[in-house]
Design a protein around this ligand. Structure first.
Ligand SMILES: [Zn+2]
Length: 69
């Protein structure tokens, strides 16, 4: 998948527990994670609001996201 803005390849990311695609070149976020409530960006330190880039299975990544391991 490539970025709709700059065409660079995107990486998979989890935000608010939702899967999305993230562009490291221009910080574009797409997918379900892009629909996360705007308030989340102002409370990034909360454990549920962390942003995590991952590879492989979403479910495995979600487990790591939830447990912090
Ligand atoms: Zn981009």
């Amino acid at each position: 998948m490539s970025c709709p803005n700059c065409g660079e390849p995107m990486v998979k990311a989890i935000y608010l527990g939702l899967p999305g695609e993230f562009c490291e070149s221009c910080n574009t976020l797409t997918g379900l994670a892009a629909y996360a409530p705007p308030v989340a960006s102002q409370t990034e330190d909360g454990p549920l609001f962390k942003f995590m880039v991952y590879e492989g299975s979403y479910w495995r990544a979600l487990w790591h996201w939830l447990t912090g391991r």
